[in-house]
Write a protein that binds this ligand. Structure first.
Ligand code: NCD
Length: 305
């Protein structure tokens, strides 16, 4: 029984396998329509979500399985004081696999230690978000055709943005990756990501403030929302939230084949005027997320096709 709490729980070969399965699902959806018949996914969302929860649910339904769960901590027994460990034990009696989102870093890991079924981390606090990274990787593969020799701009809230942390981990295993990290001082990438991932792997990276200056060198631009819910003080959020707004003018010096990603939800950081640019890939990324979650569910449930 396997859980996926961190993107590094999956080897590069396993990620390649998931990408191949997702591409096969895209090409032959009928082949997969009933493969999870009789299986149940429990979505335990202690924190708001639209995409991730509905994407997991759609993924399970498209595999022929069923879904149970909750989308609001107040409607679960955690509001009565139940521990994550107990919730995980209880849900193991009802379902075959869990997707859990929690505001506390490490909660899905605790769940995985206590569950007798696989647990997928669907986002834990400002820490990790491995299935968003799977969506990002499939999008990069389909748009750029490779994971090596890419200059990747990460822009916005690099401190609290869990999707960025997981993506850095995942891409650090390929060769010739360079990161350009664009953020205000207050929202720079945490030191632990530099010390544990970037420096030991000898990854080239720079920390910059100007999106316009970084733009010409980028193959990928990963925009992020300033994570309002992780701020202690609203005044700081208001001061920082509109630091970077991607507009068509700012793309004038960008490469013709730039790939613009965003995990969504978008607030102001990408102007809607960019949506029609052929380089805007963030809605394709949403769809790719569903296929990768299908592939991951199949792998963890050890479904033979
Ligand atoms: C992200 C998340 O929850 O971390 N959203 C998502 O899962 N697609 C990004 C965000 O909320 O800004």
């Amino acid at each position: 029984m396997r859980s996926v709490i961190d993107i590094m729980d999956l080897s590069v070969e396993e990620i390649d396998g998931l990408l191949s399965t997702a591409e096969d699902i895209i090409a032959n959806p009928k082949k997969y329509a009933k493969v999870c018949e009789g299986k149940k996914l429990a979505t335990l969302f202690f924190e708001p979500s639209t995409r991730t929860r509905l994407s997991f649910e759609a993924a399970m339904y498209e595999l022929g399985g069923n879904v149970i769960g909750f989308s609001d901590a107040n409607s679960s027994s955690s509001s009565k004081g139940e521990s994550v460990a107990d919730t995980a034990r209880v849900i193991s009696c009802y379902a075959d696999i869990i997707a859990m989102r929690h505001p506390k870093e490490g909660a899905p890991f605790v769940a995985s230690l206590n569950a007798s079924i696989p647990v997928i981390n669907a986002g834990d606090g400002g820490h990790n978000h491995p299935t968003q990274t799977l969506a990002d990787l499939l999008t990069i593969k389909r748009e750029k055709g490779r994971f090596d020799n890419l200059t990747v701009g990460l822009c916005g809230d690099l401190k609290f943005g869990r999707t960025v942390h997981s993506l850095i981990n995942a891409l650090s295993r390929y060769s010739g990756i360079k990161f350009v990290m664009i953020s205000p001082d207050e929202l720079r990438i945490p030191d632990y990501v530099k010390q544990n991932v970037l420096i030991p792997n000898g990854i080239e990276f720079s920390e910059e403030k100007s999106l316009e200056e970084a733009m010409p060198k980028l193959d990928i631009l990963y925009m992020t929302r300033v994570q309002k819910e992780r701020f202690f003080n609203e005044a700081d959020y208001i001061r920082l939230k509109d630091t970077y707004i991607l507009t068509p003018e700012k793309l004038e010096n960008a490469k013709e084949d730039l790939c613009i990603l965003h995990p969504l939800p978008r607030v102001n950081e990408i102007s809607v005027a960019v949506d029609n640019d052929k380089r805007a890939c963030y809605f394709k990324q949403v769809l790719n997320g569903k296929y990768m979650r299908m592939a991951l569910i199949l792998k963890l449930l050890e479904v033979e096709i």
